[in-house]
Ligand binder design. Structure first.
Ligand code: PXP
Length: 255
């Protein structure tokens, strides 16, 4: 039997760190815990504006992945700067994503139907493949048949389907059938070429279930929910630890 792989996106640990300008929470610890617990890869997004992951983090996280013999999936925009960085690190996977400075998070898939975008992506894929043939490339796109067919003209290895709208509809109890139908169709287009079929964005422990039941996606990259839920799984434990420490030190004059 085979199961889907889980890539843990640890960008949000870096968001927390950047928000205070401290050295903690350490991204290295997040990568170590994720991989030691069984995650199949670490996903990080080095954004153009460096709002969470920093250039140095890519070294640190890649080093941990290498030590643990597991892949790093580097998400990035298809720019010359990012291509240069990817070629310096040569991760096992690069996931090309659209990037807008103003967006809160990646808001949709790549528009490969637009000639200008297609050419930029083509150059990026070709540059990566010619200098680092062992690096695999995935394209973050919507599950639109025309888009998926056009992806197959690029020198890549997989698509990652943007599940943001699906995840939102799940939370709002809307009909998921149209999404699932699109994903099924997409799977046929992509797998007929032997490419990988991945998914990510907005998924939770609950909303991933219908997708797992379908059994088409071989890999999921999940971040925001995992990190959010971890806060509550850990909060009580950390408070107990802090209170246990307090109990060791009675207030002056209270003995
Ligand atoms: N996959 C891609 C390509 C992404 O851009 C993101 C968000 O950075 C994710 C997966 C993870 O999404 P989320 O943090 O919502 O789980």
């Amino acid at each position: 039997m085979k199961w889907a792989r889980l890539g843990v996106n640890i960008d949000h640990v870096a968001t927390l760190r950047q928000q205070r300008g401290e050295s903690y929470p350490h991204i290295s610890r997040a990568a170590q815990v994720s991989l030691a617990t069984g995650a199949h890869q670490i996903t990080i997004h080095l954004r153009e504006d460096r709002r969470h992951i920093q250039d140095e983090d890519v070294f640190v996280v890649h080093d941990i992945c290498k030590k643990m013999g597991l892949p790093l999936n580097l998400e990035m925009g298809a720019t010359e700067e990012m291509t240069r960085i990817a070629l310096m690190h040569r991760p096992q996977w690069v996931c090309l994503v659209p990037e807008k400075r103003q967006e809160r998070t990646t808001e949709g898939g790549l528009d490969v139907l637009k000639t200008e975008n297609f050419e930029r992506l083509k150059k990026c894929c070709d540059d990566i493949k010619s200098s680092s043939p062992e690096t695999k490339i995935s394209l973050f796109v919507e599950a639109d048949p025309e888009t998926l067919k056009r992806c197959l003209d690029l020198n890549a290895d997989a698509v990652e389907i943007h599940t943001g709208e699906y995840a939102k509809d799940f939370l709002e109890n809307k009909d998921l059938a149209p999404h699932l139908q699109k994903y099924r169709k997409g799977s046929m287009i992509i797998k007929a070429r032997g490419w990988g079929y991945h998914a990510g964005h907005g998924l939770t422990l609950e909303s991933v279930v219908p997708l797992l039941q379908e059994g088409d996606f071989e890999e999921y990259n999940i971040g925001h929910w995992i990190i959010s839920e971890s806060v509550f799984i850990g909060l009580g434990h950390v408070i107990k630890e802090m209170l246990t420490l307090f109990k060791k030190y009675p207030l002056k004059g209270s003995l």
